[in-house]
Write a protein that binds this ligand. Structure first.
Ligand code: IP8
Length: 256
């Protein structure tokens, strides 16, 4: 089984509220279908979630009841994004079903609790592709909070023990420096905890490699014997399919 996260920056324009990149999504769905692997898909919220979530501080939990309309609006917006992704997967012949975390799961002080996730397992077992996503989720301590696609990836990886987890991003992978402002930056094809430690130590600001360090940390935490994590650029046609087919391509592989 392969677990795929379609990052919000690939499927939407991060800066324009509710802007959907239909062309990229259709191509990525084709690549997933052509690879012909059993997959579970998670997607980020992009501009369908982050803009309002930030404006109304939804990640802080309930601060005042003025946030409540935004809880409903963000849930509505990310469900609409999910429907569009599910539609695109069905258009290429994949039997996809949306699984909204806000309606199926809870959090406990920021930690996602999916219980047995029996419905997700049963969907997968009959050949349905569950498609879940970053959402506003009720929290036992904070009333509500933001559940990210990355949190879902971690929990689903523990549950399904995938042979491969793929993070589809808008960058080629981890660089030795930020490729946006350092022409000497080189892509690192394979990252280990030691390599990451060195890069973090060499970086004088947090986000020096373009915000990828944190993502690599969670990827390394998800790796185990017989299970690999890869970051690949979904904006470049063909790369996701190559990764799914086990072919060589430009990407960063995490090894524990
Ligand atoms: O895009 C965030 O999920 P992510 C979810 O995977 C919301 O970080 C609602 C902002």
């Amino acid at each position: 089984m392969i677990l795929i996260k379609l990052g919000g920056s690939v499927i939407t324009d991060k800066y324009a509220y509710r802007s959907f990149d239909a062309e990229t999504v259709a191509r990525l769905c084709r690549e997933i279908a052509e690879s012909d692997q059993g997959t579970v898909v998670v997607h980020g919220a992009g501009s369908f979630g982050h803009i309002l979530a930030k404006r109304y501080a939804l990640n802080s939990g309930l601060v005042d009841f003025g946030q409540v309309p935004a809880v409903a609006q963000v849930q509505y917006d990310v469900r609409e994004l999910n429907s569009r992704i599910v539609r695109a997967l069905m258009d290429v012949g994949l039997p996809a079903v949306g699984v909204p975390p806000g309606s199926c799961f809870v959090m406990d002080d920021g930690k996602l609790d999916v219980g047995e996730a029996e419905a997700v397992k049963r969907l997968y077992n009959i050949g349905v592709m569950p498609v879940t996503f970053g959402d506003v989720v009720m929290d036992r301590k904070r009333t509500f909070g933001i559940c990210s696609g990355d949190q879902l990836m971690e929990v689903l990886a523990k549950m399904f023990k995938p042979k491969l987890s793929v993070f589809v991003s808008d960058v080629d992978g981890l660089y030795t420096a930020n490729p946006k402002d350092d022409p000497g930056a080189e892509l690192i094809p394979e990252v280990t905890p030691e390599v990451l430690k060195k890069i973090s130590a060499d970086s004088d600001v947090d986000d020096v490699t373009g915000g990828v360090i944190g993502k690599m940390e969670s990827m390394l935490a998800m790796c185990s014997e017989g299970s690999e994590c890869v970051m690949v650029n979904g904006k470049v046609p063909g790369r996701l399919k190559s990764v799914l087919m086990g072919e060589e391509t430009v990407c960063t592989r995490a090894r524990a």
